[in-house]
Write a protein that binds this ligand. Structure first.
Ligand code: AMP
Ligand code: MG
Length: 413
């Protein structure tokens, strides 16, 4: 009998087998969600000089020894202006947020803490310390300083930094090209009429959605019948892509031709069985730099295996430092039966409660019950050695949605 890998062992095999793609240049406007492939440095000091953080008055804090104090306004400095005068004792300048500080000033007071008087004078009602409400030259970034490193996911905040340092073109990692193939004589295409003897091909589309959610537009190759020659033809087309996802035909039925056919095409198979439920007949192989996942045909198994193995692989290829789905701890609201053995993934709904989250099964958990997946916020992970959970037990839940990822799988199996 073949060795069953643990989920974490299989994840390690996958991550050791994939390489980050090469780089390409994109416009800043097209960079959201991509991964930076270059180091980015500041091209000047930001702010370029000491500026006011408030609308108010730039003044000499030493003039505020007696409060209220009356000061003479000698200049009006707006954002974009350059000050022309130096403050002498007893003088101040009206200043707007973002405007440069005048010579001689060492603090700003908010307009709310002042009262305008006649004859260009202002009454200051609050003493402030030297440095109050000033944004210092270079406090945001210094000229030449590294502000972003390769592997940074480009978020809206990162785009803001790139625009600040005038990166109109950005080097990012290429996204792998992904092809999806379903296999099975029983499958009915989305465009085919309903046939009561057939099974609708849902896997191609669910997998498509999973790939799209990672920011990659996959190519659907359609359905290959359980026939070695037809399968070989489809697989050869699939191997024109960086990543091939094959659904179905990975178990040990006499018509499960995926394994022998992939091997006949020269693939090195790195695993075939993983100790998990659902999804144990999941396969992974390599031909040169191309990788192939053989995902189980059962709709839930296919999706759960994608989450465990394909997500980290695609994220690594795209250059992300963080490859795993985010996990959280939650309180199970009911008992969960578990036969010690395989690591089990239970589809759950999450609800916020005092102190954390409550997790509740989405219902019948059969590996063909796609509705249990459609409703799920996450997968509760039941370790292989667990004898089951009791209501109130804490469980680790892998979130199924979101753009925030983490460094490790984050669950005990
Ligand atoms: P297999 O892994 O090929 O033995 O398939 C296991 C189960 O999943 C069978 O009941 C198949 O009919 C079903 N199945 C296989 N491929 C798909 C697919 N693309 N969409 C929906 N169900 C599928
Ligand atoms: Mg099949």
């Amino acid at each position: 009998m073949e060795k069953y890998l643990q989920v974490s062992e299989a994840q390690r095999v996958v991550l050791e087998s994939v390489a980050t793609m090469g780089a390409e240049q994109v416009k800043l406007e097209q960079s959201q969600g991509r991964v930076l492939a270059e180091e980015v440095r500041a091209n000047r000091d930001q702010p370029p000089f000491d500026i006011s953080a408030m609308d108010g008055y730039a003044l000499r804090s030493a003039d505020l020894a007696g409060i209220p104090a009356t000061l003479e306004i000698i200049e009006d400095i707006k954002a974009g202006d350059l000050p022309t005068k130096t403050l002498a004792p007893g003088q101040c300048a009206r200043i707007m947020t973002g405007a440069p500080m005048p010579q001689g000033a060492d603090a700003v007071i908010r307009v709310e803490d002042t009262e305008a008087l006649a004859d260009s004078r202002v009454q200051i009602n609050l003493a402030v310390k030297s440095g109050n409400d000033i944004r210092r030259l270079g406090e945001n970034m210094r000229n030449g300083e590294v502000v972003l490193t390769p592997g940074t996911t480009i978020t809206p905040g990162v785009i803001g930094v790139l625009a600040t340092v005038k990166c109109a073109q950005v080097q990012v990692y290429r996204r792998p090209r992904v092809a999806i193939l379903s296999t099975g004589n029983e499958l009915e295409g989305l465009d085919e009429p309903v046939d009561p003897n057939k099974i609708p091909n849902s896997n191609s589309y669910a997998l498509m959605g999973q790939v799209q959610a990672l920011g990659i537009e996959p190519v659907l190759l359609g359905i290959a019948r359980d026939d070695p020659e037809e399968l070989a033809r489809y697989l050869r087309r699939g191997l024109e892509y960086d990543v091939l996802l094959v659904s179905g035909g990975t178990s040990v039925g006499v018509h499960d031709y995926v394994r022998p056919t992939i091997e006949a095409l020269g693939a090195q198979m790195l695993f075939w069985r993983v100790s998990m439920k659902p999804g144990h007949p999941v396969a992974f192989g390599k031909i040169g730099e191309k990788i192939i996942f053989g995902l189980p045909g059962n709709p839930v198994s296919s999706m759960v295996c994608f989450e465990q193995f394909v997500v980290p692989a695609l994220r690594r290829m795209m250059g992300h430092a963080r490859t795993y789905r985010r996990t959280i701890e939650a309180r199970m609201t009911h008992n969960v039966k578990h036969q010690p053995g395989r690591t089990e993934f239970i589809r759950v709904l999450l609800a916020k409660e005092a102190g954390g989250y409550a997790a509740t099964s989405t219902g019948a958990q059969g590996s063909g019950m796609l509705l249990s997946m459609a409703r799920a916020d996450g997968l509760a992970v039941i370790p292989g050695d667990s004898a089951g959970l009791t209501a109130g037990n804490t469980v680790t839940v892998q979130l199924l949605d979101g753009t925030v990822f983490q460094d490790d799988a984050g669950f005990r199996e």
